[in-house]
Design a protein around this ligand. Structure first.
Ligand SMILES: [Zn+2]
Length: 236
């Protein structure tokens, strides 16, 4: 009678499987559940491995949480939260120019502008950021580490470092404190990358945009700024 009991059990089982198919219970969910149950450890190991490879990639590229501050102590490190609108964590592999910009928002502070970049992760208004912002009191904020690109200079984002500069009024001219910090920072960057003052360019030189306004409209002031950078490099 044993075979009969076995036969009955098999019948019941196949009936259950049939009903599962009919009710759709044997679907992806159930299959996934079974795989996870059987291969739980293997899946956990695979996920862990992928995570380790990703973290290793970030570490090797000195990006994200593994980035090291390279800049002098007079530069304040306030990196943006990684996000695809202002800090995409794409590696900056070479630097051929330093690009100067103006914020085009008279009287705003470096912190205001840094917060604008930070908030793009939620506002999603546009893709924008800058490696540095120089403020009205001469303060220098570093928003994106030098190992990563920023979204500032259009198709030159991949091989330039960007500096956004605050200005007190519509003319776009930098005040004394701001100007001195721009010169100091730019000179440091030139020395750091083996560049000279002729490698310092304006956003205008990349796209023709009127940025930094005053230094596009006053060629002599721009030439003077580059001369001051060269002089500051000599002092270092
Ligand atoms: Zn610009």
């Amino acid at each position: 009678m044993k075979w009969r009991a076995e036969w009955c059990k098999n019948q019941k089982m196949s009936a259950r499987i049939k009903s599962d198919y009919i009710t759709g219970e044997i679907g992806m969910k159930r299959i996934v559940k079974r795989i996870v149950k059987r291969n739980g450890m293997a899946i956990a190991a695979a996920v862990l491995l992928i995570a380790l490879i990703f973290l290793g990639y970030l570490g090797m590229n000195q990006m994200g949480p593994f980035a090291k501050k390279e800049t002098p102590e007079w530069v304040e490190e306030v990196w943006l939260t990684p996000n695809s609108y202002s800090r995409p964590m794409k590696p900056l592999k070479e630097v051929n120019n330093i690009v100067i910009h103006y914020v085009a928002n008279p009287g705003t502070s470096a912190k205001n502008n840094r917060n604008y970049f930070e908030n793009l992760k939620s506002t999603r208004l546009t893709k924008a950021s800058s490696h540095f912002i120089v403020g009205l009191e001469g303060e220098i904020l570093e928003c994106v580490p030098l190992t990563e690109i920023s979204y500032c200079s259009n198709d030159r984002n991949g091989d330039t470092v960007a500096i956004e500069v605050c200005h007190p009024d519509e003319s776009g001219q930098f005040n004394r404190e701001t100007y001195q910090s721009v010169v100091r920072l730019t000179a440091w960057l030139c020395l750091h990358y083996g560049l000279d003052e002729e490698d310092v360019i304006r956003h205008y030189d990349v796209t023709g945009k009127n940025c930094p306004k005053y230094y596009v409209e006053h060629e002599d002031a721009w030439e003077q700024l580059k001369a001051d950078v060269a002089a500051a490099m000599g002092q270092n």
